[in-house]
Design a protein around this ligand. Structure first.
Ligand code: FMN
Length: 172
């Protein structure tokens, strides 16, 4: 489903410059870091790193995350009935790097166990949210995945913060 307003394309040089400045602006916006996981229809574990995660509503408890349609895991998430969000702790920022790298063995290393729904879960996460797929919207080159939170676990560990293309810790 797409809800796009009519818009005019910007002339090419301006669009390029705007795109660069847009990226700079977004790089200066600090955000938490998540790894989102699910299982594809062959039973294989799938996942990606996402900073586009945010809460959408409290009643019902909804969250959203945006996934590029070019991602190899896109088909799995486009079909998944449920998925899991894990907030990456700062001391495990390596996990965020791994899940942002196409083609690597993302689940190697024994960091993951399995949820009741059969999805991989990183229990050392600062927070785990098990979500049921609520609705999906295709917008431009991304799909917005909206999930209804069905279970939550929180741990007192410092989360990673992504800022100016690097991972940071919050000061104590
Ligand atoms: C810090 C960080 C945040 C990212 N956030 C997103 C995001 O919100 N949505 C997205 O589609 N890709 C995001 N990416 C890129 C994906 O994690 C990466 O392209 C991933 O490999 C896609 O999955 P694939 O290996 O199945 O193609 C991010 C990468 C990094 C390093």
């Amino acid at each position: 489903m797409t809800h796009a307003l009519p818009h005019a394309a910007a002339p090419a040089p301006f669009a390029e410059e705007l795109s660069t400045r847009f990226r700079e602006a977004m790089a200066s916006y600090p955000s938490g870091v998540t790894v989102v996981t699910t299982t594809d229809d062959q039973g294989a574990w799938r996942g990606f790193t996402a900073t586009s995660f945010c809460s959408l509503s409290v009643d019902p408890p909804l969250v959203l995350v945006c996934l590029a349609r070019t991602a190899q895991c896109h088909t799995a998430f486009a079909k998944a009935d449920s998925w899991v969000v894990q907030v990456v702790p700062h001391r495990r920022a390596d996990l965020a790097t791994r899940f942002a790298t196409r083609g690597v063995d993302k689940f190697g290393g024994g960091d993951f166990t399995v949820t009741a729904a059969g999805h991989p879960v990183f229990e050392e996460a600062a927070a785990v949210m098990e979500c049921e797929s609520y609705v999906r919207y295709d917008v431009a080159d991304h799909t917005i995945l909206v999930g209804r939170v069905r279970d939550v676990r929180v741990r007192e560990v410092a989360p990673a913060v992504y800022f100016r293309r690097g991972f940071h810790a919050l000061p104590d």
